[in-house]
Design a protein around this ligand. Structure first.
Ligand SMILES: [Zn+2]
Length: 182
């Protein structure tokens, strides 16, 4: 069974990931890529901000969020008319690059079990593969773990552990207790 660790950093605003006026920090995560991202906020008829969309990109985040063409991704972002918050999810791995199939497996499991409003395609069938997805939450451009995780993020659980065969067994925990940290 594959265990995938995702380090979520945020919240970023759209301006933070804008080509012209992003933070100008050479280490800004928006200049990295090959990872997941999660969009939170409200569509115009909604009254509460929530998880709207989870996607992946193999390019840099800043390129993904500044696409000139009319892409599905741009539509999603434009449809979140208020309180847009972007979280960037980097897969933690000792390897240099993260394979697309790992990103896709994590994306699939998160979408299936969290059901973001705007993901349509992948939510019908349970994953056919076994996987464990562990999420951790950090400040925007920092490797410091967040002590308090906003409730808004509850749709991204700390642990999803899915055993597809033989019995579709799911272990799920929204938040684990942090017992020790250096
Ligand atoms: Zn930036």
């Amino acid at each position: 069974m594959e265990t995938i660790y995702i380090n979520w950093h945020g919240p970023f605003t759209r301006d933070d990931i804008n080509c012209e006026n992003h933070c100008k920090d050479d280490d800004c995560l928006c200049l990295s890529g090959n990872g997941l991202y999660a969009l939170f906020g409200m569509q115009k008829y909604e009254r509460k901000a929530k998880l709207q969309y989870i996607g992946l990109t193999q390019r840099r985040y800043i390129d993904r969020f500044n696409e000139k063409q009319d892409t599905e991704n741009q539509h999603r972002i434009n449809d979140i008319s208020r309180n847009l918050m972007i979280w960037l999810g980097k897969v933690e791995t000792p390897k240099r690059t993260v394979k697309r199939e790992i990103l896709e497996a994590a994306e699939y499991a998160l979408i299936y079990f969290s059901e973001p409003q705007m993901n349509e395609k992948k939510t019908i069938y349970a994953p056919k593969f076994d996987c464990t997805v562990i999420s951790r939450f950090f400040h925007k451009n920092s490797d410091k773990l967040r002590k308090r995780i906003p409730k808004l993020l509850n749709d991204i659980p700390d642990v999803i552990s899915w055993n597809a065969s033989p019995r579709n067994e799911l272990h799920y925990c929204t938040r684990l207790k942090l017992i020790q940290q250096d």
